[in-house]
Design a protein around this ligand. Structure first.
Ligand code: DX5
Ligand code: ZN
Length: 221
């Protein structure tokens, strides 16, 4: 796996042909799959549940599965997604419950634990949580839907997080395309999540390869 990871968000896949689209993304060189989980409460949309992760784990045993929990009660659901076979479970800093304990519980199971910030949430909210996390995810759209416009403020936030919490990998999600993805990498993001851009690309393999190569060329390392 190269240093920069490109993980397509399967929220932009054709849900009537999810397996086919996942296989297509992996054949195009994706480093894994980003699975968006929405509870209709934390965000105003519903998406995929643990059964999707369980079946993807069975269908793609070697694939890195990155589960983004946009749910109000990650304490209740993070363990469920870990048990379903996710390699990394990301929860939100704005959610309810004991977030540090939820992150510790994931790590105790050998699952990577991620903490996520919405666009309006300050970096300081990570204090006391970043230490328990293997990844910090910066949202560059308001979560809930694919295909939204990239929020530029995310670039400064990525840089601020790298400075405040060196050593914790930073990921970025929302409006990531060939241009914004490379700019995020230049700011210090090494895990690029992209839905509509990659699934709508005329040549997904080319889009992934170019995003990864462009990002690797500018990532501060
Ligand atoms: C938004 C999701 C994203 C979404 C990104 O709530 O967390 O993962 O799929 O979609 P694009 O890349 O189209 O902005
Ligand atoms: Zn996501």
């Amino acid at each position: 796996m190269s240093r920069i990871q490109v993980l397509p968000s399967i929220l932009s896949a054709d849900m009537a042909d999810l397996g086919r689209d996942c296989a297509r993304a992996l054949a195009a060189g994706a480093d894994g799959l980003h699975v968006d989980v929405m509870d209709g409460h934390f965000v105003p949309n519903l998406s995929m549940g643990p059964a999707v992760v369980k079946d993807l784990r069975r269908a793609f045993p070697e694939t890195y599965l990155h589960a983004h929990l946009m749910v109000s009660r990650p304490d209740a659901y993070a363990p469920v997604f870990a048990a379903a076979g996710a390699d990394c479970v990301l929860i939100h800093a704005e959610a309810e419950g004991d977030l540090a304990a939820t992150l510790r519980g994931l790590r105790a199971k050998g699952v990577r634990a991620g903490i996520t910030l919405n666009p309006e949430t300050p970096v300081e909210r990570l204090d006391g949580l970043a230490d328990e996390a293997d990844e910090i995810l910066v949202m560059t759209v308001h979560p809930g839907f694919g295909g939204q416009k990239f929020i530029e403020d995310g670039l400064g936030k990525i840089a601020a997080i790298r400075k405040r919490f060196p050593g914790v990998p930073v990921s970025v999600d929302g409006g990531v395309d060939g241009g914004t993805g490379v700019r995020c990498a230049a700011a210090g993001a090494e895990i690029l999540l992209a839905g509509s851009y990659l699934f709508k690309a005329p040549d997904m393999a080319k889009a992934i390869a170019e995003m990864r190569a462009g990002a690797e060329a500018v990532f501060p390392g």
